[in-house]
Design a protein around this ligand. Structure first.
Ligand code: IVH
Length: 710
C-alpha cells in the first residue's frame, strides 16, 4: 500500500519546518542540535516524499535551497556565480550510480579528482589584478556576507598573488601531477604535485593567474587551535564550541578582526571560477593555483574510474583520524572541465561532483543509570550516566536519551552495553544497544510518572514525544530555569548568574519576572555574600535591561518554540505585543516562519491570564513591548564603528548622521586610520575617497549602509 497523500503533505510540511530550524541552528547560530548524519537522513526522507508527491514540492523547500549563513552586521554582496552545495551519500553503492550517470554523458573513461571534504565553512575569495579584493561567505548561495577583513587575518591566504612564470624557477609543474590513489602504502602517498621528481612528469610552463577570478574553499579550525580556544572559553565561563566547524564559522563572523586573528583559523581552496579560464581540467587549475601561492590540499588524487575512487575512500576512512583537522568525507569531482560543463547543475548542486560522507564515530560503553532532568518548559529529558569512555578525542560520561519513546525504541536496560555517538551537540547520544552482551540482571528503567522535582503527575500529549511537568508556575526547577533564560545575554542581558537566581528564589524574593524589577537594595543586602557594590550592580543592570528591544523581551518571556530569530521575525511582522496578543491562528500562520506548532504555542501562552497580568506589570515597569522605530537607539549594528560621510544621499545628511547615532555608531568629519567606513554618496569628495583607498578603509554606498543597519 502506498503512502497516503494526506500523510505525505503533513510530513513534507513538518520536515521542511524542522530542516529550516536546523539550518538556522547550523548556519547562523553555529550550534547545531542534531548530527550531520541525522540531518542528512531527514533531508533524504523529504526528498523521497517530494519525488513521490511532486505536487507538494515547493521552490523554497530545504531540498531546493542551501541553508543561509547571512548575519546582521556584515555588508552583503551578490555572488558572481551562485555558491552551491553538494549532493551526498553514506553509501558506496550510490557512487556506482553517480558514475553511471556520468559515463552516460561521455564515451571515454572518466577521471575523477578525489579530495578530502574539509569540515569548516565555505568561503569565496575574489582576486583582481593579483590582489585579494573581497571574501564572501556562502550566505544563502546568492548573496554572501563580506568578511574580507576577517579573512585577511588568516595567514595561509595570500593578499597578493606571487607568480614566477618558469617551471625551472621552482614553480611546480602544471597539472597532471596528481598521482594514483593511495592504497595504504606510505611510499605511494597520494599528492597533488610531485614536484621533487620532475623527470617522471611532463613539465609544462605554468599558467599565469587570470586578471579576474574567484577561488573558493573552506575555512577551518585545526584541532589544536580548537582545543586551545575551548579551554580559554571554559576558563572564562563561556559555552565551548561543540566542534571545530562551529568554532570556525563562529570565529569568521566576529565583528572584530583582531579577535579573528587570535583564533588560529586556516584555509584550504578547491575550486576556481571565472570567465574563460585557461584550464582543461580541475587538477590543472588546482596545481596552478598552488603555484600561485594558494593553500591547496596535498591529499587530493586523480582516480581513473570509480574503482580507484573507492580505493581512495577506503584508504582515508582510517587515515583521516590522524589528520590535524576535521574531515567529514571525500569529495569526488569529474576532472575534465568540458565534461563538467556538459553535466551542469541542479538547483542546489553540481551534477559533476558528489560527496561520500563518513559515518560518525562511535564507542561502546555501559549504562550505569538514568537521570530525569526538568527543563525550562517543563519538558523531561532522560539523561544516561555512562561508564566513562573515549570518543573522538574526549571522555564521554553522559548521553541524552531524549524521551521515553526513544528509550523504548532502543529497548535499553540499566547495565546494558550501548553505542554512543557524537551529534551536533557536546552531549553525545546513545544509538543502539549491544544485545549480545546483555546479562540477566539488566533492568528496564522505570520512567517516572511524577516530576522528580515538584512531584506533579507528568503529562504526555499525543502529538509530543516528551513528558511534561504541567506545574509550570510552581515547579521550582522550571521557574529557576525560566529566570535563567530571562536574564541570559540574548534575552534581557541582566548581569546575574544561576547562583543568584537560586538565592533569590530560595528566599522567596522572585516568583514571576516582574518581581526582579521590584527587588530593593535592602533585600539584596540580606542575601549571603552580598555587598553594597554587588547589589548596586544588579539593580543598575536591571534598570539598563528595561531598554532591551522588544524582540529581546519577547524572546526572554520563554514562550515555547519561540527562539531568538523567531522573536525577531514576529516583532518585525506584528510590531507590538498588543497586535501579537490580538492575532488569530490565521494571522499567525500567515507569517512565513510561523508553523502550526509555534502558532499553537503563542495562542496558548496568551490565553493564560497570569501571563497577561505579568506582561502588564512588566510594561508598567518600563520594559519595551513595541518595536522602536524612531525614538532612542534602534540597534547596536554600528556599535564601535566610526563613519565618515561624503556626498549626497537620498535623505538629508542630517538624517544619515542621526541614523548612525541611532544604531550606536560615531560620525566624524575626516578619514583617518580609525575610520571604519567611508559612506560615499553621489558626488563624494575625491580627496576623501583617495585617502580612504590609501588607508584601505572600506568605502560603502547608501544601499550597503542601509543593509548594515537593517
Ligand atoms: S566542492 C560546487 N570540495 O562541503 C562545488 N567542497 O557539503 C562545491 N567542502 O559547500 C564544493 N571540502 O563547503 C568541495 N574538497 C572540497 C570540499 C568541499 C569541503 C564543503 C563545501 C561544500 C560542502 C558541501
Amino acid at each position: 500500500m502506498g503512502i497516503k497523500k494526506q500523510y505525505a503533505e503533513k510530513r513534507i510540511k513538518e520536515l521542511s519546518e524542522e530542516l529550516r530550524r536546523h539550518n538556522h541552528s547550523y548556519y547562523v547560530e553555529n550550534s547545531p542540535t542534531i548530527s550531520d548524519f541525522e540531518y542528512d537522513l531527514l533531508t533524504s526522507e523529504l526528498a523521497t516524499l517530494e519525488k513521490m508527491f511532486p505536487e507538494y514540492l515547493s521552490k523554497t523547500s530545504p531540498t531546493q535551497t542551501v541553508g543561509s549563513d547571512r548575519t546582521e552586521g556584515f555588508a552583503q554582496y551578490r555572488h558572481r556565480f551562485p555558491m552551491l552545495s553538494l549532493g551526498n551519500t553514506y553509501n558506496i553503492e550510490e557512487l556506482y550510480s553517480f558514475d553511471e550517470r556520468i559515463r552516460k554523458m561521455t564515451d571515454g573513461p572518466v577521471q575523477y579528482s578525489c579530495e578530502l571534504k574539509f569540515d569548516g565553512t565555505a568561503i569565496c575569495l575574489t582576486y583582481r589584478d593579483g590582489m585579494l579584493i573581497r571574501a564572501l561567505t556562502r550566505g544563502d548561495g546568492t548573496i554572501g556576507d563580506d568578511v574580507t577583513e576577517n579573512v585577511k587575518t588568516i595567514k595561509s591566504i595570500p593578499h597578493f598573488i606571487r607568480f614566477a612564470p618558469h617551471a625551472s624557477d621552482g614553480v611546480p609543474a602544471e597539472a597532471n601531477l596528481f598521482s594514483s590513489p593511495n592504497t595504504g602504502h606510505d611510499h605511494q602517498e597520494a599528492t597533488l604535485f610531485t614536484t621533487q621528481d620532475s623527470n617522471s612528469v611532463t613539465q609544462t610552463e605554468a599558467i599565469a593567474p587570470p586578471a579576474d577570478f574567484e577561488i573558493r574553499g573552506e575555512i577551518f579550525m585545526p584541532y589544536e587551535a580548537f582545543d586551545r580556544l575551548n579551554l580559554q572559553r571554559e576558563e572564562e565561563e563561556e559555552t565551548p564550541f561543540a566542534n571545530p566547524r562551529n568554532a570556525a564559522a563562529g570565529s569568521l563572523k566576529q565583528q572584530d578582526p583582531a579577535i579573528v586573528a587570535e583564533r588560529g583559523l586556516d584555509c584550504t581552496l578547491y575550486h576556481i571560477l571565472g570567465e574563460n579560464l585557461p584550464f582543461a581540467t580541475h587538477s590543472q587549475a588546482l596545481s596552478n593555483a598552488r603555484s600561485w601561492g594558494f593553500p591547496i590540499s596535498e591529499h587530493s588524487a586523480l582516480c581513473n574510474g570509480i574503482g580507484e575512487v573507492i580505493e581512495y575512500i577506503r584508504s582515508w576512512d582510517e587515515k583521516r583520524k590522524f589528520l590535524p583537522f576535521a574531515t567529514d568525507g571525500i569529495v569526488i569531482k569529474v576532472n575534465d572541465l568540458a565534461l563538467q560543463r556538459k553535466l551542469g547543475f541542479t538547483a542546489k548542486s553540481p551534477r559533476w561532483a558528489t560527496a561520500y560522507k563518513f559515518k560518525p564515530e562511535e564507542a561502546l560503553t555501559r549504562l550505569i543509570s538514568v537521570d530525569y532532568q526538568v527543563g525550562r518548559t517543563g519538558a523531561i529529558t532522560p539523561v544516561a550516566n555512562l561508564e566513562p569512555v573515549q570518543l573522538s578525542g574526549t571522555v564521554v560520561k553522559r548521553a541524552s536519551l531524549h524521551n521515553s519513546e526513544q528509550m523504548e525504541a532502543l529497548n535499553i536496560h540499566i547495565g546494558d552495553w550501548v553505542y554512543v555517538e557524537k551529534g551536533g551537540e557536546i552531549i553525545p547520544k546513545i544509538t543502539r544497544v549491544e544485545l549480545s552482551r546483555r546479562d540477566s540482571t539488566a533492568q528496564v528503567p522505570q520512567y517516572p510518572t511524577h516530576c522528580p522535582d515538584c512531584g506533579s503527575a507528568l503529562v504526555k500529549r499525543e502529538d509530543e514525544a516528551k513528558h511534561f511537568c504541567p506545574n509550570s508556575d510552581h515547579c521550582p526547577t522550571q521557574i529557576k530555569a525560566k529566570f535563567v533564560h530571562f536574564i541570559s545575554r540574548k534575552a534581557m542581558n541582566i548581569l546575574a548568574g544561576e547562583a543568584t537566581i537560586e538565592q533569590l528564589f530560595e528566599r522567596g524574593l522572585i516568583s514571576d519576572f516582574a518581581d526582579l524589577y521590584r527587588l530593593t537594595k535592602e533585600q539584596l543586602l540580606t542575601l549571603d555574600g552580598w555587598k553594597e557594590r554587588s547589589a548596586e550592580r544588579l539593580l543598575e543592570s536591571l534598570e539598563a535591561s528595561k531598554r532591551a528591544p522588544f524582540h529581546s523581551v519577547l524572546f526572554a518571556l520563554g514562550i515555547r518554540h519561540i527562539g531568538e530569530t523567531t522573536a525577531k521575525m514576529i516583532v518585525s511582522h506584528f510590531k507590538s505585543i498588543d497586535a501579537l496578543m490580538a492575532a488569530t491562528r490565521e494571522d499567525l500562520l500567515a507569517v512565513d516562519e510561523i508553523g502550526e506548532i509555534m502558532a499553537e504555542s503563542i495562542l496558548q501562552y496568551f490565553a493564560d491570564p497570569k501571563h497577561m497580568e505579568m506582561i502588564e506589570a512588566l510594561r508598567a515597569m518600563g520594559l519595551r513591548f513595541e518595536a522602536e522605530e524612531s525614538a532612542g537607539r534602534l540597534s547596536d549594528a554600528l556599535e564601535g564603528k566610526t563613519i565618515v560621510i561624503s556626498g549626497n544621499f537620498s535623505v538629508s545628511r542630517e538624517e544619515i548622521k542621526s541614523l548612525i547615532a541611532a544604531h550606536g555608531g560615531k560620525n566624524t568629519g575626516s578619514v583617518s586610520k580609525n575610520t571604519t567606513y567611508l559612506l560615499a554618496g553621489e558626488k563624494a569628495g575625491p580627496e576623501k575617497l583617495k585617502k580612504a583607498e590609501k588607508l584601505g578603509i572600506e568605502i560603502i554606498d547608501e544601499e550597503t549602509f542601509n543593509k548594515l543597519i537593517n
